[in-house]
Design a protein around this ligand. Structure first.
Ligand code: SF4
Length: 105
């Protein structure tokens, strides 16, 4: 089954970013499947521990929508958290910025 088939099979809901029209709900499981289908170069990817901590931070954030989407950028957070050179777009400050420092300590 392709990614578009997966998405098309999901229930249609209003867009969780803007609340307008109808968008697609995509479950965290489907996003994880999409991540596996779209590989990222190991040179560009964040370390797994950093990726996991970023997602942990998203899980505590009041800007996370539908368990998968960042309200501020409209990205699926699993995709946004994957590149090494990524940041959190929260308007009160990057909630990911100290993650790598904390992991080293
Ligand atoms: S603002 Fe940052 S921490 Fe919150 S959901 Fe978006 S990327 Fe995740």
């Amino acid at each position: 089954m392709s990614i578009s088939d997966n998405i098309a099979n999901e229930a249609v809901r209003p867009c969780p970013h803007c609340g307008q029209g109808s968008g697609f709900f995509v479950s965290p499981e489907k996003i994880a499947e999409m991540l596996r289908e779209i590989p990222i170069s190991p040179n560009l990817a964040a370390e797994e521990a950093v990726f996991n901590k970023r997602l942990e931070e998203c899980g505590k954030c009041d800007s996370l929508r539908e368990q998968v989407l960042c309200f501020h950028c409209g990205c699926f957070v699993m995709f946004r958290a994957r590149p090494h050179k990524s940041h959190c777009p929260h308007p009160r400050g990057d909630r990911w910025k100290d993650i790598e420092i904390k992991l080293v300590k």
